[in-house]
Design a protein around this ligand. Structure first.
Ligand SMILES: [Zn+2]
Length: 437
């Protein structure tokens, strides 16, 4: 199915319009559900027994909640969780726990290399301050890049943007997400809210309602509604656990789905010979390119006689050439030659796809694998983004909850609001190029 192309402003306009129409028609006229701005809420008392049943394993959920706090705040989270242990034990556990949790993120980066020979600052932030600090630092440093590029009057690209299945927002870093990515959201929302609910019940705190929120036709989230006042005055450990488990469950779900894709689908698709059907297509010819004879949608089979079926293969073939060299491409529209640009590149974007001769069952498996991958992707991205210290995201509430213990309720609320403003500004700077390029 084709992907819709929209600019950010068009997207905001159409998204709000459909949300308001649905909220008014269903909420006001049909009188079903409750309107909350452009959101339509369906509340229910169903699911309470289910929550209570799962919450019975109180010890397990407390440990799981502590895992969530270390995931959110790294070493600092560990020092908090283990604060009642003896000094040396507290220190060792606070160091070891984030290493175990973030090892899968840190080790591959150290081996594969990258900025500062693999030890970039974001990883140090990840270890010391968890995903909350990691994402804060990451959007901070990319906001800095965006500002530098604006000041230098260089071409600037958005470093953050909406990731909407079936819709390409012009300039957003997330492009070409197939429509069935929508099906990942119910999974993501379910595990997230379920874990908030279970932790509330495990701490014997009230759940007022469970329900689903719709942004027009789109499910915007399920929710488990706590008694805010009761939660705010609850024991600090219990409160932190409730706030942190939503993201923790998204990260765990991400790992499970990534494992399914790597352990099950990759070998299966490999053994069924899926690579025989991969092909390369021209996705976009750059404006200042020498490759004006290429056209979007054209298939590219080989470069100077060497077969290419992936973007990585193009790069490895081009390594043998110098900028300005001529290369011959075999395409679906015959032979063409292209002079490489100053960077030794063809001057076009390519995308990998599958040929139409691929059997239907294989096509289905490829799409199923790509869905499993999208469940991984959305759970990870949203699990981490949600820990950004920005109220009312969980990361913001958690930050306020921790600060409250140290500096008192009022100062904590003011500080958390300050941090929220900073996070929001940084996030908007990342998205600025979506509005002004
Ligand atoms: Zn949450």
């Amino acid at each position: 199915m084709a992907i819709l192309e929209l600019t950010m402003l068009e997207f905001i306009f159409w998204a709000l319009l459909q949300a308001i129409i649905v909220a008014v028609v269903v909420g006001k006229i049909l009188g079903k559900g409750e309107m909350a701005g452009p959101l339509l809420l369906w509340k229910s008392k169903k699911g309470f027994n289910f929550l209570n049943k799962i919450a019975e394993k109180k010890n397990f959920w407390e440990k799981y909640g502590d895992f969530g706090i270390i995931l959110a705040f790294g070493l600092l989270g560990g020092l908090f969780v283990f604060r009642r242990k003896k000094n040396w034990k507290r220190a060792v556990m606070s160091v070891v726990a984030p290493l175990l949790i973030f090892g899968p993120f840190i080790v591959p980066r150290l081996i594969l290399g990258g900025p500062l020979q693999g030890i970039d600052f974001s990883l140090i932030f990840l270890f010391l301050g968890g995903f909350s600090s990691f994402i804060f630092f990451s959007i901070g440093s990319s906001a800095y890049q965006v500002i530098l590029r604006y000041l230098g009057e260089q071409e600037v690209m958005a470093m953050a943007g909406p990731a909407i299945p079936g819709i390409n927002i012009e300039g957003s870093p997330f492009q070409g997400i197939p429509w069935y990515g929508w099906l990942a959201f119910p999974i993501l929302i379910f595990v997230h809210e379920l874990s908030h609910g279970v932790l509330l019940r495990a701490a014997k705190l009230k759940v007022k309602n469970t329900g689903v929120a719709f942004f027009g036709l789109l499910p915007a989230g399920a929710f488990v509604e706590p008694d805010e006042e009761e939660l705010a005055s609850a024991d600090v450990d219990e409160r932190n656990r409730v706030y942190s488990v939503g993201s923790a469950s998204n990260c765990v779900t991400a790992c499970v789905f990534l494992a399914i894709s790597l352990v099950f689908f990759s070998p299966l698709l490999g053994s069924l010979g899926v690579s025989d059907y991969t092909e390369l297509e021209v996705a976009k010819v750059l404006p200042e390119s020498n490759a004006k004879n290429l056209e979007q949608g054209m298939k590219v089979m080989s470069i100077n006689g060497q077969e290419v079926t992936s973007v990585a293969e193009i790069q490895s073939v081009l390594e043998d050439f110098e900028p300005g060299d001529k290369v011959d491409l075999t395409t679906s529209q015959g032979e063409m030659s292209v002079r490489l640009n100053e960077e030794g590149m063809i001057g076009a974007y390519f995308k990998q796809g599958f040929s139409s001769s691929m059997p239907a069952y294989l096509n289905f498996l490829v799409n199923l694998n790509s869905f499993v991958y999208l469940v991984f992707f959305f759970n990870l991205v949203i699990g981490i983004m949600n820990l950004l210290p920005l109220k009312p995201l969980d990361g913001g509430l958690l930050t306020e909850s921790v600060l409250k213990e140290k500096i008192g309720k009022e100062l904590a609320s003011k500080t958390a609001t300050g941090i929220t403003v900073v996070s929001l500004v940084l996030l908007l700077v990342n998205m600025l190029p979506l509005f002004f390029s």
